[in-house]
Design a binder for this molecule. Structure first.
Ligand SMILES: Cc1ncc(COP(=O)(O)O)c(C=O)c1O
Length: 459
């Protein structure tokens, strides 16, 4: 086995540690520091040496396995394959169904479905955005037309009444969370759902606060388990990420009541609230507690992160403090993305796109459920959004399914990637299967691989 390669990880960077580690190992293999046939340290040994969690090393190895830079043999170890073999496009196949698989089909959650985005509408919106004359003055709050478009959108699609002056444009949810964290005294404690969205965990840490993992169950965040003394609680009430359930009505009321009584903010991440396929969504926390809730929306899931734009609706004192900070530091959301969103919303193209998107994603979800069932497992989560959770008996089974799928060119996330602490409320394993990123054709080619990986591991 090779020694632990010289890897420097930047813990202050926004790039996740697992991505940094995969980059460093790939670079070492490309430079010949690691040679084909070298056995890498186990994920546990490497985690110990680098003082990171095993989730980080396992995620980095999974990525290298999926790319073909490494080869894993269960019970034997992970071996460097090398650049030449990594360039090979077809992963090893064991079943006829896997032969058709596109290498690197991405079934991770988080990427939007671009296949149904009407390119003509997209071009029209960018052209319209360019028609507006350039502006000399920076606008630290929001472009006024964007603020109006957001309030229309929220009322129409999320039932949230807000005035344009309540809206702050953001560079997306994670960026907004960093901004809000920056207003809290350093070392403040902020609760997050665990398992939960790791980019926001990173954004909070980047903002200088301590992250406190909170349990989640079938009714969403367990409000009774929120400890005293927090400055804020971050949650995904419409569609808990990654478990896929919504926060019950009783817990919504309890959460807002505790925030009021104890003086904390609730950060409501409504990342895919527009994508619900059965019943109408429950009222937003932002509507229940406008005095304590920071409502965060984004275009990343419903259109594209290319726009780099989202919105924040918050009580006036918080908005004023954010604008003051932006003014003092020169930070401000880019105008271009705001204008494109405004044009898409104003022309009716956004509403048409959302209708198409819901139809498409609901259809894809049904295909994923069938593929998971054929593999002897079941998928959980409300009929919403663009991912499902597949519970597995334990983390070892999770690792086996992730590795088996990756070996056949299908990248899927284990639940372990989404843990902040040890997540005692979810000690078992699981897969978080996203179905928005690939084209429908590629998804259909990848699903038999998922079925086979589940069937093999659960046999
Ligand atoms: C839970 C969750 N929140 C928010 C986002 C969007 O974040 P941003 O607006 O920073 O791109 C995503 C996108 O993947 C997400 O999964």
């Amino acid at each position: 086995m090779v020694d632990v390669p010289p890897v420097v990880l930047d813990r202050t960077s926004r790039t996740p540690l697992s991505v940094q580690l995969a980059d460093a190992l790939r670079a070492a293999a490309a430079a010949g520091v690691l040679r084909p046939g070298d056995r890498l340290p186990s994920t546990r040994e490497l985690a110990g040496a680098l003082r990171v969690s095993r989730t980080v090393t396992a995620a980095a190895y999974d990525q290298l396995l999926a790319e073909g830079w490494a080869d894993g043999r269960r019970g034997v170890g992970t071996f460097v394959v090398g650049a030449a073999a990594a360039a090979r496009t077809t992963p090893a196949v064991r079943r006829p169904s896997a032969r058709a698989t596109t290498p690197g089909t991405d079934l991770r959650a988080g990427t939007p479905c671009l296949e149904v985005l009407d390119r003509a509408a997209w071009r029209r919106a960018w052209r319209a955005a360019g028609d507006a004359p350039p502006d000399a003055g920076p606008e630290p709050a929001a472009d006024p037309a964007f603020a109006r478009a957001v309030t229309d959108h929220l009322l129409r699609h999320r039932g949230l009444p807000a005035a344009p002056e309540d809206v702050l444009a953001t560079a997306g949810t994670s960026a907004a969370v960093t901004e809000v964290a920056g207003l809290l005294p350093r070392g403040s404690r902020v609760g997050v759902e665990d398992p939960g969205y790791q980019r926001v965990v990173g954004a909070l840490r980047d903002g200088g606060v301590d992250v406190v993992p909170l349990p989640v169950d079938r009714d969403g965040l367990v409000v009774d388990a929120v400890p005293p003394g927090l400055a804020a609680v971050y949650c995904t009430p419409a569609h808990q990420f990654p478990l896929g359930r919504r926060l019950s009505a009783a817990r919504r009321v309890a959460l807002v009541a505790r925030a009021r009584a104890e003086g904390w903010w609730v950060l409501e991440d409504d990342y895919d609230g527009e994508l619900r396929y059965d019943v109408a969504p429950l009222p937003l926390l932002g509507a229940l507690g406008p005095d304590v809730v920071v409502h965060l929306g984004t275009t990343s899931k419903i259109v594209s992160p290319t726009l780099g734009v989202g919105w924040l609706i918050a009580p006036p004192e918080l908005r004023t403090a954010l604008v003051a900070r932006r003014t003092a530091t020169g930070a401000r959301p880019a105008r271009a993305g705001q204008r494109v969103f405004t044009a898409l919303a104003g022309s009716g193209d956004l509403a048409r796109h959302l209708r198409r998107l819901r139809r498409e994603l609901a259809g894809r979800r049904a295909e994923v459920l069938a593929a998971v069932a054929a593999g002897g497992a079941h998928a959980e989560g409300d009929p919403a959004g663009a991912h499902v959770l597949v519970p597995l008996p334990d983390p070892a089974t999770e690792e086996a399914v992730v590795a088996a799928a990756a070996a056949r060119g299908v990248v899927v996330d284990g639940l372990g990637r989404h843990r902040t602490g040890s997540a005692p409320s979810h000690p078992g394993g699981g897969l978080v299967v996203g179905f928005a990123a690939p084209t429908r054709t590629h998804l259909r080619r990848a699903l038999p691989v998922l079925t086979a990986a589940l069937r093999d591991a659960l046999r």
